[in-house]
Design a protein around this ligand. Structure first.
Ligand SMILES: C[S@@+](CC[C@H](N)C(=O)[O-])C[C@H]1O[C@@H](n2cnc3c(N)ncnc32)[C@H](O)[C@@H]1O
Length: 225
């Protein structure tokens, strides 16, 4: 079967999409991701960045498991970062170390090369118009041995398959969420597309793995050559 072409979504979500996204319950996958990161990396102090952190749920969960990590949440949306700050005020006590929320202006994230031991990005790649640039930022911010946890949707072969995925997995969601999910699936990359992005960005040590009926995981430990 021929794979349908990618139909890109805008990088930035609309305010309405951001609002509904922040209200939706992603506690199960986000908690699983936070626990998986700790299981792989341990709890000793690290520098970690979540690129495209959105309302910050993954980092707020990670803070509970890793009280001594330096956590950075970076996003192109000021509204998402404001929602993250509001949630942080509710969920973290004054004894817990705050998260550093950073607005990405333009293409670079303002940290020196090789700053981070852990790089996370969840549900962002399908928004990204220039994925090779995204991976080159990951390469720049990482060092030999940085652990990478990038998760995203993967594009189904047809629109009918995309509709089936939605009805199987989120039948009860608001229509605005379902409509956005459909366009996100059509905007997602395939395994072979991501593998070629990684080759082009000269990023080594990562594997691209299919998970369940709709996800990709790009994970591994960076090898600097
Ligand atoms: C679907 S949300 C995911 C938010 C969060 N990672 C999560 O798992 O809940 C996608 C986020 O990626 C951000 N985004 C899109 N393109 C980006 C880019 N090139 N760099 C950084 N963030 C980006 C959007 O502003 C939005 O907050």
């Amino acid at each position: 079967m021929t794979m349908m072409p990618r139909i890109p979504e805008p990088e930035k979500m609309t305010e309405e999409e951001e609002f509904f996204y922040a209200k939706a319950d992603y506690s199960v996958p986000h908690e699983a991701l936070a626990q998986e990161i700790i299981a792989k990396v341990g709890v000793a102090p690290k520098w970690a960045i979540d690129i495209g952190c959105g309302p910050g749920d993954v980092l707020l969960r990670l803070r509970k498991h890793a009280p001594n990590w330096t956590l950075v949440g970076a996003d192109i949306s000021a509204q998402m970062l404001s929602l993250a700050r509001q949630d942080e005020a509710k969920r973290l006590s004054s004894l817990e170390t705050p998260i550093n929320w950073v607005l990405i202006n333009g293409k670079q994230i303002a940290f020196p090369d090789a700053t981070f031991d852990v790089i996370i990005s969840n549900s962002v790649l399908h928004h990204v118009a220039d994925p090779v640039h995204f991976w080159s930022v990951v390469r720049k911010l990482s060092k030999q041995g940085t652990d990478v946890f990038v998760r995203d949707l993967r594009r189904p072969a047809t629109e009918a398959e995309a509709r089936d995925i939605i009805e199987r997995n989120i039948p009860e969601e608001y229509d605005v969420v379902k409509t956005h999910y459909f366009s996100s699936l059509l905007s997602a990359y395939t395994v072979s597309e991501v593998e070629s992005q990684l080759r082009e960005a000269q990023l080594f040590g990562l594997s691209v793995i299919e998970i369940e009926d709709r996800y990709l995981s790009i994970q591994g430990t960076i090898e600097k050559k």
